[in-house]
Ligand binder design. Structure first.
Ligand code: HPA
Length: 239
């Protein structure tokens, strides 16, 4: 039986799902990194795949851009398909000084201009936070691999094309590392449902000085993040 947006049978997804925004990236990850990948859904071409990584089942599915799209898929994955661990992978615009293109950012917390968490939380500000059970193995594995990983706060914006010229300086003054469009909503949903979530991002452009990855860099420059994400969801946390 399917949901309105996912035409897969009930057992089609593993308990752990990577969520790239772009369904083509989901296909790339499945084909390149998973053993025996099978496509399990295709409504609106928002492809999802399940396969094996180091012998363990894992799924990867596109989530679209922005909190509303991501939460449609994430909610249906949790409520209908029993998914317990969601790891968003994607890109962010760098805000903090010292971030280089290709650096990794783990969103420990996510600020937002979206109203979704206040709507969920009776008008109060919810502390949108990643799950330590995902953060710990991601940090440990990144250190072991010598990857440049910054762990801290991101800003999940509804407006890719920002409307407030003062926003960047304000974010910098509050220690925000980067801007993306989904993490805060995903963290609110995960808390509401009692499941684990985190967001692991690659700096694809820099909002301070306009540097940006080329399309070719975006193609292969995300492989470190993808492998780290797969290791993170497939490793049991040590605490
Ligand atoms: N803004 C929002 N989301 C993004 C950006 C950005 O500058 N870069 C990559 N994802």
């Amino acid at each position: 039986m399917a949901t309105p947006h996912i035409d897969a049978p009930r057992q089609a997804f593993a308990p752990s799902v990577l969520l790239p925004g772009d369904p083509a990236r989901a296909a790339y990850i499945a084909e390149r990194f998973l053993e025996r990948p099978e496509r399990v859904c295709a409504v609106r071409n928002m492809w999802g795949f399940t396969g094996l990584y180091r012998g363990g089942a894992v799924s990867v599915m596109g989530s679209g851009m922005g909190i509303p799209s991501a939460l449609i898929y994430a909610t249906e994955l949790i409520d209908h398909y029993g998914v317990r661990r969601l790891l968003r992978i994607g890109t962010c615009g760098g805000v903090a000084n010292g971030l280089e293109l290709g650096d990794l950012v783990l969103a420990l917390g996510a600020c937002t201009d979206s109203a979704v968490n206040r709507t969920r939380f009776g008008g109060c500000d919810f502390a949108a936070t990643a799950s330590f059970a995902l953060v710990e193995p991601l940090v440990t594995t990144a250190r072991a691999r010598g990857l440049a990983l910054r762990v801290g706060t991101v800003f999940s914006t509804d407006l890719f094309y920002a409307a407030d010229p003062a926003a960047l300086a304000r974010m910098q003054s509050m220690g925000v590392l980067g801007v993306e469009m989904e993490a805060a909503g995903l963290y609110g949903l995960a808390a509401h449902r009692g499941v684990e979530a985190a967001a692991l991002l690659t700096v694809s452009d820099h909002l301070l000085d306009g540097r940006a990855m080329s399309p070719a860099q975006r193609e292969s420059g995300l492989d470190d993040m993808i492998e780290l994400a797969l290791e993170g969801v497939c490793r049991e946390p040590t605490s």
